[in-house]
Design a protein around this ligand. Structure first.
Ligand code: ZN
Length: 297
């Protein structure tokens, strides 16, 4: 019995020793982690705050904060690497050139472009309206990895603004296309201003960036359009040089996409075919898709 009690006492002491040793074993990594975190935090005071913030992934181990290669940014030009189930149908584009932007002239009217006056080997994909919210658009845009400019109509997207939020990225920007899609040409200043500025305000509220570009519905504009647009902070409006519909590219001049051209497609049922047709046409012409906002400043 006493043997047993001694044995129990002995085993209790042994258990305590084991627990204590386990406690130290358990705390050791915590101590190490804290020390590493202290070193990390105190070791990078010269790093730009935005780079630190960009790396501050919630719940990530502290050690990952200071390791790794330089943070890629939206401005880093890289070749596209199509991924996912569309990869085989998506062209691979070389890294785009460093943009040489056009500067919008100062004045009482917004600038107007049917194409971008550049000799750089780039073309611009624009997608209008937003009535048809194709379930594969997000996957396709992400897989292609190319810059795209969206001109969205408030009335066509207000049933589901979140759909377009999930399309947004550093390569996909949202610009204005009026509230109710009227033909603006010949309309009063007040109506045009309401349509253009009202839509820019709403898009700014929904997507966190107020558009600085617009496309008038049907491409119809007049001098009043450009004045109203400038009065509410828009820099430029855009027409187009090619349209894409049901998988076919239609050229307004020549038979190929040319440097600086702007391709127009819509959120329609043939979204996948249209988007791929636009990419293939740009690729065939030896060009790379670029972002309008990188080329018009
Ligand atoms: Zn439209």
């Amino acid at each position: 019995m006493s043997q047993s009690r001694d044995s129990d006492a002995g085993s209790e002491q042994g258990l305590w020793r084991r627990l204590r040793s386990r406690w130290y074993v358990r705390i050791a990594p915590v101590v190490v982690a804290v020390l590493v975190a202290v070193v990390v935090v105190s070791g990078v005071p010269w790093a730009p705050v935005d780079r630190i913030m960009a790396r501050a992934v919630p719940s990530a181990p502290a050690q990952s904060g200071a390791s790794g290669s330089p943070e890629p940014t939206a401005a880093t030009p890289t070749p596209t690497q199509p991924t996912g189930r569309y990869a085989a149908r998506l062209p691979r584009f070389p890294a785009p050139p460093a943009p040489q932007p056009v500067t919008v002239p100062d004045g009482p009217s917004a600038a107007w472009y049917s194409r971008i006056p550049t000799t750089q080997p780039v073309a611009f994909i624009t997608i209008d309206d937003g009535w048809v919210k194709h379930p594969e658009a997000r996957e396709l845009l992400a897989a292609a990895g190319v810059p795209v400019t969206l001109f969205l109509t408030i009335d066509s997207i207000k049933d589901n603004p979140g759909y377009f939020r999930q399309l947004q990225s550093d390569r996909v920007t949202i610009e204005a296309h009026t509230i109710s899609h009227p033909s603006l040409r010949g309309k009063s200043y007040d109506l045009q201003r309401r349509e253009l500025c009202g839509s820019a305000d709403k898009l700014g509220d929904w997507y966190g960036r107020r558009p600085v570009f617009f496309r008038p519905p049907f491409g119809n504009k007049d001098a009043t359009t450009l004045r109203a647009a400038r009065d509410c902070g828009m820099k430029a409006g855009f027409f187009w040089t090619e349209t894409v519909h049901e998988g076919k590219v239609r050229y307004q001049r020549g038979k190929t996409v040319q440097a600086g051209d702007i391709l127009l497609m819509h959120f329609r049922p043939a979204f996948v075919e249209d988007f791929i047709a636009a990419l293939v046409a740009i690729h065939k012409a030896g060009l790379t898709p670029a972002l309008l906002s990188d080329y018009v400043r």
